[in-house]
Design a protein around this ligand. Structure first.
Ligand SMILES: [Fe+2]
Length: 419
């Protein structure tokens, strides 16, 4: 690129409100990987940005990516404000996040062409590498491994760092899970559409069904006790102790309830990273501890992961290349716990049978979250009141993702819910 090569944001970005229009290229960028991605981008054509009064175009030159100020020759051209651009470069938002907020305006081309550039741009702007299946290195570890609760911390942490997720068996007892389910039954009976404490989906017959309790531990001393249980804290702190739970913001502790059948709404979550609509610089690598209240398999709607995808960007439309990307489905028993780093690529597909998986997610965030998100706030207010706004979100997301959003899951969002 026509820029100076100086280290800027090695690895994960540290957000700054005011960034240079074209930040220096991180020293960690691997020219070979960049060239590999660039070659695949050639067909997408150049990409022009109009940012306030500035114009610049990225384009592929062989296996190089170039950018020139003042040039407007892209086959795709998009306008945005300087604030939106700064948020994008600073990894506080994404193209999807900007689209959902109505902050992208296309002069030429559309979202498909823009998204094709996202892995390369995140690499150049923040050093977040594109996910490349041929480079996946699990260091001899098994992506489908399940561990006993007595496994030492170093081993669990190594698995989590390698795969981006963990499965630990038998952390909680059957009695503990029965008591928690009784409590969730109580909260579910009190939930109403539009109460800001729950999410609902629409069944095929038009009826509503509860699919998630949010801020659940604020209404239950039993669940609050699980939030701060030493077993949960231990797993939440596997990547380091400088994290804490956020019961009063970011939806707090939430309980996922998988609704069976064909539904519309936010029960079945297509492939996503939890920072898919933004917030990467603010909360990654947050760690979500998923207490498996009921256990899970494909019939109840289990969790699926792309091992080793955390800290990377997956190419737009990667689902069409599943032969290249390994996917692990995690089947659990009641009392098991899953752990995932928020930016690992994961999904919660439609149950093939009776559904009703229940998982309680207790997420441990880095301190930067509290600089940006206040009590009662979540990353994207657009999706906070699901009852009224989910239809608009689905429509926008479906428009943005086409086949991705309709890939058999019955849902269509790339917002950041824990699945
Ligand atoms: Fe998620």
């Amino acid at each position: 690129m026509a820029q100076s090569l100086a280290p800027a944001w090695p690895g994960r970005a540290t957000y700054a409100r005011s960034v240079t229009l074209l930040p220096p290229i991180p020293a960690t960028v691997d020219p070979e990987l960049l060239g590999q991605e660039a070659a695949d981008l050639a067909a997408a054509g150049g990409l022009t940005f109009y940012v306030d009064d500035e114009t610049f175009t990225y384009w592929v030159d062989g296996t190089s990516v170039r950018c020139e100020i003042g040039k407007d020759t892209g086959t795709t051209a998009v306008r945005m404000s300087r604030r939106s651009w700064d948020d994008l470069v600073g990894q506080m938002t994404t193209f999807v996040g900007l689209l959902l907020r109505g902050e992208l305006h296309f002069d030429k081309g559309g979202f498909d062409q823009l998204s094709a550039w996202e892995p390369v741009l995140r690499y150049l702007h923040a050093g977040i590498p594109p996910y490349e299946p041929s480079r996946a290195d699990f260091a001899g570890r098994d992506p489908a491994a399940a561990f006993g609760a007595d496994t030492d911390d170093a081993e669990l942490a190594a698995q989590l760092r390698t795969m981006g997720y963990l499965h630990i068996k038998g952390v909680f007892s059957a009695d503990e899970m029965a008591a928690a389910n009784d409590e969730i039954d109580r909260l579910a009976a009190l939930a109403r559409p539009g109460d800001d404490q729950s999410w609902w989906v629409t069944n095929e017959d038009g009826s509503s069904a509860l699919c998630r309790l949010v801020y659940a531990s604020l209404r239950s001393s039993l669940l609050a006790g699980m939030d701060s249980d030493p077993r949960v804290r231990r797993l939440g702190e596997l990547l380091g102790p400088d994290v804490k739970i956020a019961p009063d913001r970011m939806e707090g502790t939430c309980v996922l309830i998988k609704v069976p059948g064909k539904t519309s709404g936010l029960s079945n979550i297509p492939w996503h990273q939890d920072c898919g609509t933004g917030g990467h610089a603010m909360f990654c690598p947050a760690v979500s501890v998923g207490i498996q209240l009921t256990g899970s398999d494909a019939t109840t709607g289990n969790l699926q992961m792309v091992p080793g995808s955390h800290g990377t960007t997956l190419r737009y439309g990667w689902q069409d290349r599943l032969d290249d990307v390994q996917v692990v489905s995690i089947d659990t028993e009641p009392g098991d716990v899953t752990v995932h780093i928020q930016d690992v690529m994961h999904a919660s597909p439609r149950p093939t049978g009776p559904g009703q998986r229940r998982t309680m997610y207790v997420t441990h965030y880095p301190p930067a979250l509290w600089d940006h998100i206040g009590p009662g706030q979540a990353l994207n207010d657009l999706v906070r009141n699901r009852t009224e706004q989910v239809a608009d979100l689905q429509r926008a997301s479906s428009d943005a993702f086409g086949a991705t959003a309709s890939q058999g899951s019955g849902s269509s969002t790339h917002e950041a819910p824990r699945t």
